[in-house]
Design a protein around this ligand. Structure first.
Ligand SMILES: [Zn+2]
Ligand SMILES: [Zn+2]
Length: 153
C-alpha cells in the first residue's frame, strides 16, 4: 500500500466562491460560506475573520475614571442595579464580574464578585473582590442595606 497522509479532503481543494481561499468544508463552500448559504445570505460580502475580543467590547461601556473612583457601567443594568454584558451567544454576565475576570482571571469556584464600594454598577477592578454570597449578605446587613424597613435610625 502506498503511504497516504492523513487528509480528509484532497489537498488544495478550496471554497468555490470566487476569491475565497479558505479550505473546503462541504462539497462547495468553506465553513463560513457554507453557513451563509444555509441562511440565504449573500456570498459576496467579505468574511470578517477577527472578532472583537471581550475586553475590546467591554471597556468602552465603562466610564473609566481615576484609579480610586467608582467606574460606573454605561450600558444596561438589571433589576438589582448590576451592569449586564453579553459575553457570548445568549450569555449574559454581570458587568462587574467581567471587569474582575478581565483583570484578575477567573473567579474561584462558588464565589461571587463583591464590591468594596457598595456601588452595584461600579466596574473598577480595584473595588472588586471575590467572596461568598454569605459574606455579601453579612456586608449588606453591616451597611444596613438588606432590610431598610427594620433599620433603627
Ligand atoms: Zn468561502
Ligand atoms: Zn466602586
Amino acid at each position: 500500500m502506498p503511504a497516504v497522509g492523513y487528509r480528509k479532503q484532497p489537498k488544495g481543494q478550496r471554497c468555490s466562491v470566487a476569491g475565497c481561499v479558505r479550505p473546503l468544508h462541504g462539497s462547495l463552500y468553506c465553513h463560513a460560506h457554507y453557513r451563509r448559504s444555509l441562511r440565504g445570505r449573500s456570498l459576496d460580502a467579505p468574511i470578517v475573520e477577527k472578532r472583537a475580543t471581550v475586553a475590546q467590547r467591554f471597556w468602552p461601556k465603562v466610564s473609566i475614571g481615576q484609579p480610586d473612583e467608582c467606574w460606573p457601567w454605561l450600558a444596561s443594568v438589571n433589576a438589582e442595579g448590576y451592569g449586564t454584558f453579553a459575553a457570548g451567544h445568549r450569555r449574559i454576565k454581570k458587568a462587574h464580574r467581567v471587569a474582575y475576570e478581565l483583570t484578575n482571571g477567573p473567579v474561584p469556584d462558588g464565589l461571587n464578585v463583591l464590591h468594596s464600594c457598595d456601588n452595584p454598577p461600579c466596574c473598577n477592578p480595584r473595588h472588586l473582590f471575590p467572596g461568598t454570597q454569605a459574606e455579601n449578605v453579612a456586608d449588606m446587613w453591616a451597611k444596613g442595606r438588606a432590610n431598610p424597613g427594620r433599620r433603627s435610625a
